[in-house]
Design a protein around this ligand. Sequence first.
Ligand code: NI
Length: 175
Amino acid sequence: MVRDVVLLGSDILEKTSNPVEVSSDETRRLVEDLFDTLETCPGIGLAGPQIGVLKRVFVIKLDDGVRRAFVNPQITGTSPETVQYEEGCLSIPDVWCNVVRPVRVSVFAYDENGKPFNLDADGILARCIQHEYDHLEGRLFIDHTASEERERLVRRFEKKQLLRSKSRRGKRHGS
Ligand code: NI
């Protein structure tokens, strides 16, 4: 089921998510909802809190089309080398900024069927895993920036949201 994406300003995005029961119908449904919602969005990853569910689950679908679900994930290692890369977030549309993160990351998690796995990732997958994992800790990519830059990004988001709502109202009136 496609769910609404929670946007910046909601308390939910700042809260820590709770572990889920591995291999339960509820968890499988949550994974399905995350994938269904992600399919309708211009993004590559989505975490539970972003659809209003404070559970430790996120999904990733990159250009390779592989559906990757991470249930109760744990970051088990990160490389000392870091890299800067421009990130965006479905909860903060129209806002992009450079974030420095480790190049590689190791993660332990369960898939949607309760099967445990270890994954060593680099490149865009490593970047996405870290971004989505942050969501489970109530952290956003803009939280990695200095406070002045963060404020600037929040203002940009608010301005863009205002423009969006104006154009929606305009459309409703047929203009
Ligand atoms: Ni995000």
